[in-house]
Design a protein around this ligand. Structure first.
Ligand SMILES: Cc1cc2nc3c(=O)[nH]c(=O)nc-3n(C[C@H](O)[C@H](O)[C@H](O)COP(=O)(O)O)c2cc1C
Length: 215
């Protein structure tokens, strides 16, 4: 829901902590007085509405996609967001969103929202510009670069593991073919061949001598 914006900021620093509760779909079911006052809507206007009623268009939708992925996975999400008031002004806050769990099941979500200082607002403005330009990506509320997003450096993705193994096999085969293994470890080829063609019992004996059995 995108309503008009004025790009004028309202000061909510005196209001304290804003709290909102939603159901599983993000529909607002409860808000505290500070939340009502900051939004400019009445409590009746807010209850039953999607939480996007206070969304400011300067905040990329990708950020909220990350929010939903994180909280639906049962994890907490913390991020600075710019919210819009009924009159189209805005206020910057740090939103802490957590799943509400009952009998081991997620039954909805809770947001605890705090005002932030000027330095964090400037940081967040720059952050959202870069998100909109696609220069950074948000994952679980943390910023990462598109390169890290490809899982190359921060996670072992099965595809990368497979590529690494193929590359290692290739290097190994090339070294053996080029006689490098024999050059570096003289006699190794003969020992391996000897071991491979050794009778089964002798092989077992050798293994039991070389490898200490686990207790
Ligand atoms: C508990 C909770 C708190 C939320 N708080 C905000 C908020 O402060 N500002 C906001 O724009 N979206 C908030 N959202 C996300 C909205 O539900 C919505 O995903 C977002 O505004 C983007 O709108 P869209 O889903 O229609 O694209 C919150 C969601 C939940 C579950």
């Amino acid at each position: 829901m995108d309503r008009a914006v004025t790009q004028t900021e309202v000061d909510i620093s005196e209001l304290g902590t804003l709290v909102s509760k939603t159901d599983l779909t993000g529909t607002i079911v409860e808000v505290n007085d500070a939340f009502v006052e900051a939004s400019g809507d009445s409590r009746e206007e807010l209850l039953g509405q999607p939480h996007s009623i206070i969304r400011h268009p300067d905040v990329s939708k990708a950020v909220f996609k990350d929010l939903w992925q994180t909280i639906r996975a049962g994890k907490p999400w913390v991020q600075v967001v710019k919210n819009r008031t009924k009159e189209g002004q805005h206020y910057w806050v740090e939103a802490n969103v957590i799943p509400r769990v009952q009998d081991g099941k997620i039954i909805g979500f809770l947001s605890v929202i705090k005002p932030i200082d000027e330095a964090r607002k400037r940081q967040a403005e720059q952050f959202y510009k870069e998100v909109l330009q696609g220069r950074i990506i948000v994952r679980n509320g943390f910023k990462i670069t598109p390169l890290q997003h490809m899982y190359l450096f921060n996670e072992i993705h099965p595809f990368n593991l497979m590529l690494t193994m193929i590359a290692l096999l290739g290097v190994g085969a090339t070294l053996i073919q080029a006689g490098m293994v024999e050059f570096l470890f003289p006699g190794s080829q003969r020992s391996v061949r000897c071991f491979l063609f050794m009778p089964g019992q002798a092989k077992n004996m050798l293994i039991s001598v070389l490898v200490k059995p686990k207790r």
